[in-house]
Design a protein around this ligand. Structure first.
Ligand SMILES: Nc1ncnc2c1ncn2[C@@H]1O[C@H](COP(=O)(O)OP(=O)(O)OP(=O)(O)O)[C@@H](O)[C@H]1O
Ligand SMILES: [Mg+2]
Length: 247
């Protein structure tokens, strides 16, 4: 079975977004499949952030319906997608607390023991154990972005909307961040990755979309997707969140 044969994880049909009298975009249909990685490109102001926020249920649209696993949703209602779809801003909003506390924030509903174990796993997963006790606000931009990815990972989302996660990063921070994005993709998380510099990011994805002149187009991929990861080896011995919480 190919991605196209399945009920989409998230789909939007007949989408129109206006700001005042100006129509920012009109999109007939966009479907994101479970486990699929897509790149979203477009010039400054094309509407990438706005589209991602609509898909995350954080912003209303003027026309159109959003479907999650085939079920219609009312957009613009905070929490309508729970933790299943997570939008990550380019400049992650981290709390004025330790990295560990930041990672544990979304796990308050779990017992201390289970949450603590999950935080330990997130630190190992992201390779950021050495920063566990640091105040998250004192970290570099690249470190903050990786903490934000780890903080999303602990929630085990089905779709992550990543809004320019590598903007203003040097090549080392970019590789470290993309390593975690690749890890998420390999673990089956669907990703919509928005960026300007396509050279690095398009190695990771299955599809490439461009928002231009108010419409969304699908582009042919210039490079073979899913080439082998560079960087740390993936630790496949870590149990998944579902394995822990269901134990
Ligand atoms: N709340 C708002 N009210 C009015 N106009 C807005 C609002 N939010 C965004 N816009 C406008 O909509 C357009 C698209 O903005 P958006 O941030 O979605 O673009 P983008 O593609 O993410 O740009 P960038 O690459 O700079 O991040 C811009 O012209 C912006 O000024
Ligand atoms: Mg933007």
């Amino acid at each position: 079975m190919t991605f196209a044969d399945r009920t989409p994880l998230l789909e939007v049909r007949g989408l129109k977004k206006n700001f005042g009298r100006r129509t920012l975009f009109e999109i007939d249909q966009l479907a994101l499949q479970a486990g699929e990685a897509c790149l979203l490109s477009g010039r400054n102001g094309a509407g990438k952030t706005t589209l991602m926020r609509i898909l995350a249920g954080l912003e209303p649209c003027d026309e159109g319906t959003l479907y999650y696993r085939g079920q219609p949703l009312r957009t613009g209602r905070r929490g309508c997608l729970g933790g299943r779809v997570i939008y990550l801003h380019q400049q992650p909003c981290l709390f004025d607390a330790s990295v560990e506390k930041n990672l544990a924030f979304g796990l308050r509903h779990l017992s201390r023991q289970v949450a603590g174990l999950r935080v330990e796993q997130a630190l190992a997963w992201s390779g950021l154990g050495h920063l566990a006790a640091r105040n998250a606000r004192t970290l570099s931009g690249g470190e903050k972005q990786r903490i934000a990815l780890a903080r999303a990972w602990v929630l085990d989302p089905e779709l992550l909307l990543l809004d320019e996660p590598t903007a203003n990063m040097d090549s080392e921070a970019l590789e470290q961040t993309l390593f975690l994005v690749r890890r998420l993709i390999n673990e089956g998380t669907a990703i919509l990755l928005c960026c300007h510099d396509l050279r690095s990011e398009q190695r990771l994805v299955h599809r490439r979309l461009t928002l231009r002149d108010g419409t969304l187009r699908e582009d042919a991929l210039a490079l073979t997707p899913m080439t082998p990861a560079r960087g740390l080896p993936v630790d496949t011995t870590q149990p998944s969140f579902r394995q822990i919480t269901e134990a």
